[in-house]
Design a binder for this molecule. Structure first.
Ligand SMILES: Cc1cc2nc3c(=O)[nH]c(=O)nc-3n(C[C@H](O)[C@H](O)[C@H](O)COP(=O)(O)OP(=O)(O)OC[C@H]3O[C@@H](n4cnc5c(N)ncnc54)[C@H](O)[C@@H]3O)c2cc1C
Length: 497
């Protein structure tokens, strides 16, 4: 590309993977450019207005994907500096050590990772420091070994939630404080709302922009270009190494050559970019790019006690891993955690026909949970590009475990004094925990990336976002993405820069 601008590293995407990779690489001094298709999320009254966010969908992308049979849908996939973390619930939890090993689940096998938990543990610690995680080691019997306590004490339960914690303990459960990336005072100072699924306008959420990008941009060798969408990754003429990226900014197509390219566009868009960059897909000698799409089996579970008012604002401070590992009664079922407080306007977005006052009355008596079970890698569960449109043919797996999880949770919640328990599954419109589409593995014939996220086919190409996860486990993915990004950054700084 004669005349093209040249840098050391180009990172495509500023979400959890891209921002954390940039933060990890920045001290090495290499010239790094981050291309981000979105803009900096603007502050406005909408940012704390549940009707604007959930009913009018003001932050949702103007984008339509199609599902397997071709039905269109609008995905909850967010394009801003910081990516999906701008909206995340900021639960920053480690995979359990058992998640790194193969295991039989109710409806299939989970294959495990190419390395054990012990390899990842120090990077988890580094990621918890970068994202200033608030938590307590010790309440959760499934918690893997930590070499140090969390950087900050846990976000406190509100009084109504402290009472929920007591009720759960009384029925033999082991509620633990969710590890969270939230400065609760700063968040509530901006407005008394929950943070889960609310956008962070730099007011207390520890996300990829406020932690990862901020740390990276403290180094003068790092530059962030916004509204800059990568369209194609370019190969050298011999097809062995990548040469750079073609991106569009301000209506102009621009080339950027780089010694090293890191694709961090999120599990759906990274696969799309790689499939569109080359006939048959870039780095795709395994034919695995876009396959093994996973997204957790997840349900909202509302526990209603007509006699008790839940006056909490944010709610989201408790988790339960009592059903996570096999307790001899039902196999490995998954994790349960509180949702951000669900209010009438939020319920109304899902039940349009009900009056908001009635939903408010219901939600005041409800405690709102999120039940999550592992989705297993299936080569037929995949992202493809069909006539320029993104096709997400998600094939759910392990649904029996999820039903069992919801049923076991329902039974315990009833025992704890919630006579009405309502559950509703999340569907393909919520690809929040998307992962697996460009996975790591030891065998180049079944995985596009080696265990350091380097493409087996092209030594100067990395994919560092939810795509690399070989398993979804049954906990939130962001901390594991961040930990691996720091691990990969360290590896790149030692061997490539
Ligand atoms: C409502 C919600 C709640 C969640 N809660 C939690 C939680 O509590 N805990 C947790 O662990 N996880 C949570 N998640 C999931 C978490 O946000 C994701 O796992 C994480 O952000 C994934 O990181 P990533 O780097 O793969 O992708 P992202 O963070 O989505 O980043 C991808 C970035 O790439 C950009 N991009 C895409 N295509 C291009 C292109 N062609 N060129 C340039 N830029 C591009 C995007 O705009 C985006 O900024 C939640 C997600 C949502 C939506």
């Amino acid at each position: 590309m004669p005349g093209a601008e040249t840098v050391d590293v180009v990172i495509i995407g500023s979400g959890m993977g891209g921002a954390t990779l940039a933060a990890g690489l920045a001290p090495a001094g290499a010239r790094i450019v981050i291309l981000e298709r979105g803009q900096v999320l603007p502050d406005s009254p909408d940012a704390r207005d549940a009707r604007a966010i959930f009913q009018r969908g003001v932050y949702r992308p103007q984008e339509t994907w199609i599902d397997g049979p071709g039905a269109p849908f609008n995905p909850g996939n967010y394009y801003y500096v910081g990516g999906n973390t701008k909206f995340y619930g900021a639960v920053l939890i480690r995979y359990r050590s058992e998640d790194f090993a193969p295991a039989e689940l109710k409806e299939g096998a989970t294959p495990g990772w190419p390395f054990p938990y012990e390899e990842m543990a120090p990077w988890y610690g580094r990621a918890e420091a970068l994202y200033q995680v608030r938590g307590a080691v010790g309440d959760d019997p499934t918690e893997p070994a930590h070499s140090a306590p969390y950087p900050h004490p846990p976000v406190p339960d509100e009084p109504a939630i402290a009472e929920v914690r007591n009720r759960l303990k009384r029925v033999g459960l082991h509620p633990f404080s969710l590890p969270l990336g939230v400065d609760i005072e700063a968040w509530l100072n901006r407005a008394p709302t929950p943070w889960d699924a609310f956008p962070d306008t730099r007011s207390g959420k520890m996300d990829a922009e406020t932690c990862g990008i901020k740390a990276a941009l403290a180094h003068l060798n790092v530059e962030l270009r916004v509204r800059a969408q990568a369209k194609r990754i370019l190969l050298e003429p011999d097809g062995k190494r990548v040469r750079g990226v073609e991106y569009v900014q301000g209506g102009e197509t621009r080339p950027l050559t780089a010694k090293l390219v890191a694709v961090c566009a999120g599990a759906v868009n990274s696969a799309v970019l790689m499939l569109q960059s080359r006939e048959g897909g870039l780095a795709n000698s395994s034919d695995a790019v876009g396959r093994h799409f996973m997204n957790h089996n997840a349900s909202a579970v509302l526990a209603i006690d007509p006699r008790t008012i839940n006056d909490s604002v944010y709610q989201k401070t408790l988790g339960l891993n009592d059903f996570y590992l096999d307790d001899g009664r039902g196999g490995r079922l998954g994790n349960v955690q509180l949702l951000g407080r669900v209010t009438g306007p939020i319920l109304k977005a899902n039940i349009a026909s009900a009056p908001e006052w009635a939903l408010n009355a219901l939600s005041r008596r409800s405690v709102d949970w999120y039940a999550m079970s592992e989705d297993l890698p299936n080569p037929e569960s995949r992202v493809t590009v069909d006539g320029g449109r993104i096709r997400l043919d998600w094939k759910r797996s392990n649904w029996g475990s999820h039903r069992e999880l919801v049923s076991r949770l329902r039974e315990r919640l009833k025992a704890a004094g919630y006579p009405i328990v309502l559950a509703r599954a999340f569907d393909r419109r919520t690809p929040s925990h998307q992962c697996g589409t460009v996975r790591i593995g030891l065998d180049p014939t079944s995985a596009p990336l080696d265990p350091t996220c380097r493409a087996w086919d092209h030594p100067n190409l990395f994919v560092v976002d939810g795509s690399f996860l070989p398993t979804s486990a049954a906990v939130n993915p962001a901390l594991t993405i961040a930990a691996q990004a720091l691990r990969v950054a360290d590896h790149i700084a030692k061997t490539d820069l």
